[in-house]
Design a protein around this ligand. Structure first.
Ligand code: ATP
Ligand code: MG
Length: 560
């Protein structure tokens, strides 16, 4: 975005690396595990990594970290690709899969064995845990730690050949069982697991562990700056040990930053998964979720997410961002891009008794007062209109300037009307409001208005209106109770979705396609639902309402 901002700490580190000649280029990556849909936190990581590659004229890889054969699904691979592409992070000729490196990872393990830096262990998982020691006590050496190199090579080969059952043997790095960093106490780098892999099938029955595989993936691809989140800080010494000892000319460097957290919002993959599986939400792309697919379906734009990520900053310190800031970003974006049209969500009929029967005239509307480039439009006007139910009151309170018996208001873009009467049904519900109009008060003419009115209301011509369904969303989380209950379930807000089935918009809405968005006067920004909207039966999701208490802090651009 155009705001001036100070450089973040990662840029400072990169500048230093380039100046000192540690690297002569910048190559970043986004390495998702294909075990779920991406969420707003991942968007931060994607945009950060992609942005750095762009900024320094370097490269960006999308790499699926698919080393774990049990949890991963191709559905997730496809959705992640779509999301990354949508965010504008171009990876088309730089798409990689960690599983394509299994042969090279195996070779890297052999290299370590040959250097006397890895050995085959016979301890069970429980024993390994027991031998590991604690934060205050050093670990104990594995009885097989000093096995000869030839024997290790042979056993590792046999692990690969399938001679052992799951858990019977592991390959461990030989580092330091007394290290104060538990990650360095001879971590397991390969395990036996007789599992089919979605990419390599049954070729392998041993799989590399994350802490061994990840630095290798980065190194194989020539990544310079491996940017990850803070929980990996303690793993950095192991990361460095792997790339140094396997022996790479220009090993990558890991830099950690704080995860993006949103206050009162469900982001964790496993929680979202549960909401999806229990049917509380309509899939991973439910517009109430902050999955990237959900935000897209709700009507968020890549620009708005970029702005949000920019405003949230890059830092080493954990902090939480607020949902109103995200809403601010989409409002600011759509404010200029969308046409502002009239739509009625909760209609009552307004009949202009002195308007000629059957006559329709066109009045002029400005498409977006903040963006003259969007031009003007003609809106049909006539005798029978729809207005919002809340714009009429039989007995108005003080300071109510809209329609009530005897009062005069302006119909936006059209005429002044004065309320003369109304009808009710048997249940006492108002069904029709009657009024008369003053032909001398047409808007958009140069004529001086004969008098002033205090209220302006929006309307649509009944005969030409496009009927649609509107979905109004609120946080899926019951904010009063907090995100999770004691059992770790999400406290679900029962009113997080309100569906209005009899809504009417100006003819401008007809032909609206998936993801088209509009500002509906007074009602907020709405976007055509890509899943449920059909020709002739449009479904609009409210992206965000118009009002907000959020104010951008004056120093936001520089605060990081
Ligand atoms: P989750 O915690 O939601 O399950 P994850 O970390 O397991 O996410 P991965 O697929 O492993 O998901 O993450 C891919 C990348 O996205 C990693 O580099 C990770 O650090 C980064 N990432 C994940 N969550 C966030 C977040 N909230 N903010 C910033 N980056 C994140
Ligand atoms: Mg993860």
């Amino acid at each position: 975005m155009s705001e001036e901002r100070s450089r973040n700490f990662i840029e400072n580190e990169i500048d230093k690396d380039l100046k000192e000649g540690v690297y002569d280029t910048v190559h970043t990556r986004f390495p998702p595990e294909p075990n779920g849909y991406l969420h707003i936190g991942h968007a931060k990581s994607i945009l950060l990594n992609y942005g750095l590659a762009k900024e320094y004229g370097g490269k960006f890889n999308l790499r699926f970290d698919d080393t774990n054969p049990t949890k991963e699904k191709s559905e997730f691979v496809e959705s992640i690709k779509e999301d990354v592409r949508w965010l504008g992070a171009d990876f088309e000729d730089r798409l990689f899969f960690a599983s394509d490196y299994f042969d090279r990872m195996y070779e890297a393990a052999v290299t370590l064995i040959k250097k006397g830096l890895a050995y085959v262990s016979e301890l069970t998982a429980d024993e390994i845990r027991e031998y590991r020691g604690t934060l205050t006590e050093p670990g104990k050496n594995d009885p097989m730690r000093d096995r000869g190199i030839e024997e290790n090579l042979d056993l590792f080969e046999r692990m690969r050949a399938g001679d052992f059952a799951d858990g019977e043997r592991t390959l461990r790095a030989k580092i330091d069982m007394a290290s104060p960093n538990i990650n360095m106490r001879d971590p397991i780098i390969y395990r036996v697991a007789h599992l089919s892999h979605q990419n390599t099938g049954d070729k392998w029955c041993i799989y590399p562990m994350y802490d061994f595989a990840h630095p290798l993936e980065d190194a194989f691809e020539g990544i310079t700056h491996s940017i990850c989140t803070l929980e990996f800080e303690d793993h950095r010494p192991l990361y460095n040990w792997v790339v140094e000892n396997v022996g790479f000319e220009m090993p990558p460097r890991q830099i950690e930053f704080a995860k993006l957290y949103l206050n009162n919002v469900v982001t964790g993959k496993r929680y979202i998964k549960k909401l999806v599986e229990e049917g509380t939400v309509d899939g991973w792309d439910d517009p109430r979720l902050v999955s990237i697919a959900g935000l897209r379906r709700r009507g968020y734009t890549p620009d708005s997410l970029r702005r949000f990520v920019e405003l949230s900053g890059v830092s080493k310190a954990n902090s939480t961002a607020e949902m109103p800031m995200l809403e601010y970003c989409i409002r600011e974006d759509l404010k200029f891009k969308d046409k502002r049209i009239m739509a009625i969500l909760d209609p009552i009929k307004l009949v202009i008794d002195n308007y000629p029967d059957g006559q329709i005239e066109m009045v002029k509307g400005t498409n977006n007062p903040d963006n003259p480039e969007l031009g003007d439009r003609e809106i049909p006007f006539g005798k029978e209109l729809y207005i919002e139910r809340e714009d009429f009151m039989e007995e108005p309170p003080k300071k109510y300037f809209r329609l009530f018996p005897g009062n005069e208001v302006r119909l936006m873009n059209a005429y002044f009307v004065r309320c003369t009467d109304f009808e009710k049904d048997a249940g006492g519900k108002v069904t029709v409001v009657h009024c008369t109009y003053d032909p001398e008060t047409k808007q958009g003419t140069d004529k001086e208005m004969p008098r002033k009115v205090k209220g302006t209301i929006h309307w649509v011509l009944a005969e030409k209106a496009v009927r649609f369904t509107a979905r109004l969303y609120d946080n899926i989380v019951d904010e009063e109770k907090g995100v999770y209950d004691e059992e770790g379930n999400v406290n679900v807000n029962p009113d997080s979705l309100i569906t209005m089935t009899e809504c009417y918009a100006e003819p401008e809405l007809s032909g609206a396609k998936a993801y088209d968005s509009f500002q509906f006067v007074r009602n907020g920004f709405f976007c055509v639902d890509p899943k449920d909207s059909k020709e002739g039966a449009i479904v609009m999701n409210r992206v965000v309402s118009l009002k907000s208490s959020f104010r951008l802090p004056t120093d936001a651009a520089g605060a990081r």
